[in-house]
Design a protein around this ligand. Structure first.
Ligand code: SF4
Length: 250
C-alpha cells in the first residue's frame, strides 16, 4: 500500500484526533497517499499534488511552494509492516487518513484484520471524502466513518466531489459522521441542500471552520458556532491547528 512518506519512514504517528466527533481522543494516525480529489485548500497536498500534475492549490501563491516529487512523499509498505509499526504505540485507537484512504480499501481490510487478530481491543476510524462506498469486509471492521463531503469551496466540480447515493449508503451504516469544512454562509446553504438530497440526519452533522492557521480559524469560528447552535448541529474546531499549526506528523 502507498503511504505518505515522512523522513525515512511512513507518516504513522501518535497524537490527538484534531477534528470531528472524537476530537481530543489519543490515537495512532496512519496517513495513506493518493487522493481522487484535489481540493484547492487541502492541508495534505503532499498526498496528491505531484510533479507533472495539472492541479491548482492555494499554496501556489506562496513563494517557494512547489509540487511534490513522488519519491519524496510516497513510501510502499505491506499491511503487515504497517501493523507492526502501529503495534509499537500503546494506543488501540487507529485513524486511517489520507489522501483518500478508501483508494486502498483491500489493504486496509488486511491491516485491520491483522491487528484485530492480536486479541486486543482495537477501534478503527477512517476519514473519507465520501465518494467511494466501502464493501462489507471493510464495514465489518471499521468502528467509525468520518465523512467529509467537499463543497464548492474546494474548487472541485460537483460531479466529482458529490455522490449522494454513496453519502446515503454511508449514512445508512449508522457508523458515519458528516463533517463539513465551512467558509461562509453559501456553504451552509449547500450543506442544507445536500443533507436533504442524501438523507443525512442533522444529529450526525458537524460543521468546522476552514483554516490552516489559528487566525484563519478564528475569523470563522465564532460566527460558525452560532450557526451550529441555530441549526442544531455540532461544531468542531481544528485542535491540531491550534496546538501544532501546519506541522506534519504530530
Ligand atoms: S479530499 Fe481530502 S485529502 Fe483529498 S484533496 Fe480534498 S481535502 Fe485533500
Amino acid at each position: 500500500m502507498k503511504l505518505a512518506r515522512l523522513g525515512d519512514g511512513a507518516e504513522i504517528f501518535h497524537t490527538l484526533q484534531g477534528e470531528g466527533v472524537s476530537m481530543g481522543e489519543p490515537a495512532v494516525f496512519v496517513r495513506l497517499s493518493l487522493c481522487n480529489l484535489h481540493c484547492v485548500w487541502c492541508d495534505t497536498d503532499h498526498t496528491w499534488n505531484f510533479e507533472g500534475t495539472p492541479w491548482k492549490h492555494e499554496k501556489d501563491a506562496i513563494q517557494g511552494y512547489a509540487k511534490h516529487r513522488k519519491e519524496d512523499v510516497i513510501i510502499e509498505m505491506s499491511p503487515n509492516e504497517v501493523a507492526e509499526i502501529v503495534r509499537g504505540f500503546c494506543r488501540r485507537r487507529v485513524v486511517l487518513t489520507g489522501g483518500e484512504p478508501l483508494l486502498h480499501e483491500a489493504e486496509l481490510v488486511e491491516l485491520m484484520a491483522a491487528l484485530s487478530e492480536d486479541g486486543e481491543e482495537w477501534f478503527f476510524e477512517v476519514e473519507t471524502n465520501g465518494t467511494k462506498m466501502p464493501g462489507a469486509g471493510f464495514l465489518g471492521l471499521i468502528g467509525q466513518i468520518n465523512v467529509s463531503p467537499k463543497l464548492a469551496n474546494s474548487g472541485m466540480g460537483e460531479e466529482l466531489r458529490l455522490k449522494p447515493t454513496v453519502l446515503a449508503g454511508l449514512a445508512a451504516t449508522g457508523k458515519a459522521w458528516f463533517k463539513f469544512v465551512v467558509r461562509d454562509e453559501r456553504d451552509i446553504t449547500e450543506i442544507r441542500s445536500l443533507m436533504e438530497r442524501a438523507g443525512i440526519p442533522g444529529n450526525r452533522v458537524i460543521l468546522m471552520p476552514e483554516g490552516r492557521t489559528v487566525e484563519a480559524l478564528d475569523s470563522t469560528a465564532a460566527w460558525l458556532a452560532e450557526r451550529c447552535r441555530d441549526l442544531g448541529v455540532r461544531f468542531s474546531d481544528r485542535l491540531h491547528v491550534r496546538l501544532w499549526g501546519d506541522r506534519r506528523g504530530v
